[in-house]
Write a protein that binds this ligand. Structure first.
Ligand code: GDP
Length: 529
């Protein structure tokens, strides 16, 4: 095997999806612990490193101690090179969070065992399901009181419409958590709390049929385990790796990230069942990640990392070949040869320039304002374009007005540029002007970022009026008479920058009305670029 093929086949790039507080950060930290040599993206946990480089609008981030941007962490484990794409949670949830999932080959879904499937997990799951990527479930916090494991599996299946297959099975929970039964190996990994206030526990492995086990976990728990094993082996969904790879069946592991229990077994299972980078569809057929010609696509643009330079960074997922510093590539959308220099090591402590990266990796390159989300980078000798990255439906809306008529130009330029970076989406009334704009965002924090940036970078003050809409849908019908549609009185017709028509709804009822009363109408939650 060539060195190149070996490197690519050992790459795993995944995102973690979860609801805030489920334990994503804790789990990530434990993963990195196993990786040993921690290389950090420097935004989530390495904020200090970023202090000198952050732009002013990131002051918002510092003041609140949250991260506005997603980051990538890379670590090596057991011969694999693993990239974790971080998806920010809480109020900084933004469209970037969704786009990050476009750069992942699989997802790890962390669920709080006492809460089950929660709102944000559901949202992120939808994007994964749209891409049919494999999803690995980690049911966390088993050291606390938890829902019944059968109930949890059922909830995942019912709410997310995906089959589950437990890889291991918990024995008790909370104070009575005894460990997990590894189904394939027929062994029990016992959860043994450590005295002396230490958080991390010991993992002791015992054979399922070892008489010692009964003594250790007690007769009642052993009897329950026997019933569970019989039931799971008899009635559960069969493990089928192909279905896992198609995103139809999720392998499920139980554990407790905080006490570092079940994390390494989960990582092992993940590495066993996950796939190296997969081909990506282009207008010239699928692009093979093992092809040595370089290609990549832009999935995120971050503006003004350094205010002194007014620069932007374009984050790319490498889809084939190898990146080497200063290489010449072809930018399809710009129809130009460019040099990919100054590629910052997104993963290194101090954003050092990286020398090389492979199919599956993420690089951040200096963007003099030429890239857009979804752009394709390839080699001059083999040109093609990847499919665009969908635009996701925003969930919060506001009307914004420029308060100084003398600054109309700056206002329009600022709003358009910020929208181009993908931080906000802008809409106007049908046939309306850019004087008054409806802004849609995925996370409310983006409104503040917008206001702050317009003031600081474009010297424009705005008035912002929140709008009560909750849902937006693109109208997929190419030719439709917007005004002949039968809509509820609180449904609003708008258009985006490309002139596409959309509908704004105050509630689900309005959407139902629109689809019930207009049978021909096709609405969609995503818009393909
Ligand atoms: P995130 O918001 O998903 O990144 O969640 P964090 O990793 O920050 O965890 C949220 C809270 O849950 C923190 O207080 C963690 O210490 C706690 N936590 C995480 N994992 C576990 C676990 O396995 N058991 C218990 N008891 N607490 C946990």
């Amino acid at each position: 095997m060539s060195e190149f093929v070996d490197k690519v086949s050992k790459r795993r790039t995944f995102a973690i999806i979860s609801h805030p507080d489920a334990g994503k950060t804790t789990l990530t930290e434990k993963f990195l612990l196993y990786g040993g040599a921690i290389q950090e993206a420097g935004m989530v946990k390495g904020k200090q490193n970023m202090r000198h480089a952050v732009s002013d609008w990131m002051e918002i981030e510092k003041q609140r101690g949250i991260s506005v941007t997603s980051s990538v962490l890379q670590f090596n484990y057991d011969g694999f090179c693993i990239n974790i794409l971080d998806t920010p949670g809480h109020q900084d949830f933004s469209e970037d969070t969704y786009r990050t999932l476009m750069a992942a080959d699989s997802a790890v879904m962390v669920i709080d065992a006492s809460k089950g499937v929660e709102a944000q997990t559901r949202k992120l799951f939808k994007v994964c399901a749209m891409r049919h990527i494999p999803i690995f479930t980690f049911i966390n916090k088993m050291d606390r009181e938890a829902k019944d494991p059968y109930e949890l599996m059922e909830e995942i299946e019912q709410e997310l419409g995906m089959d589950t297959c437990p890889v291991n099975w918990p024995i008790g929970c909370g104070k009575q958590f005894k460990g997990v039964y590894e189904r394939e190996f027929k062994k029990v990994i016992r959860f043994v709390p450590v005295q002396g206030g230490k958080k991390e526990v010991q993992e002791i492995i015992t054979d399922y049929d070892d008489p010692e086990l009964i003594k250790e976990i007690g007769e009642d728990y052993y009897a329950t385990l026997q019933d569970d094993v019989e039931l799971l082996d008899g009635a559960g969904a069969e493990f089928d790796l192909e279905r896992v790879h198609r995103g139809e069946l999720s392998p499920v592991c139980f554990g407790s990230a905080l006490t570092n229990f079940g994390v390494e077994p989960f990582l092992h299972h993940f590495l066993d069942y996950s796939m190296p980078p997969q081909p990506k569809q282009s207008d010239d057929g699928p692009i093979d990640p093992f092809n040595e010609d370089f290609s990549a696509f832009v999935f995120k643009i971050q503006a003004n990392m350094n205010k002194a330079h007014r620069d932007r960074m374009a984050f790319m997922r490498i889809t084939s070949g190898k990146y080497t510093k200063g290489m010449e590539v072809f930018h399809m959308q710009g129809n130009k040869k460019i040099k990919l220099s100054q590629s910052k090591q997104l993963m290194a402590d101090d954003r050092e320039e990286i020398q090389e990266a492979y199919s599956g990796d993420i690089i951040g390159v200096f963007d003099p304002g030429i890239f857009s989300i979804g752009d394709t980078i390839c080699t001059p000798k083999h040109k093609f374009k990847f499919e665009g990255i969908p635009t996701f439906a925003p969930e919060h809306f506001a009307r914004i007005r420029n308060t100084d008529t003398m600054k109309r130009k700056q206002f329009v330029k600022g709003v358009e540029q910020i929208a181009q970076e993908g931080a906000i989406q802008i809409f106007t009334e049908i046939g309306g002007s850019m004087e008054e704009i409806i802004v849609g965002v995925v996370g409310v924090l983006q409104f503040e970022v917008l206001e702050y940036r317009l003031k600081n970078e474009y010297n424009v003050n705005i008035k912002r009026e929140p709008l009560g809409y909750q849902f937006i849908r693109w109208i997929d019908n190419e030719e439709i008479d917007l005004y002949s549609l039968n809509l509820s009185s609180d449904t609003k017709r708008v258009q985006d920058l490309r002139g596409k028509y959309l509908l704004l709804f105050s509630n689900q009822w309005g959407i139902n009305w629109a689809t019930d009363k207009n049978k021909e109408l096709i609405l969609s939650e995503f818009s393909k670029n």
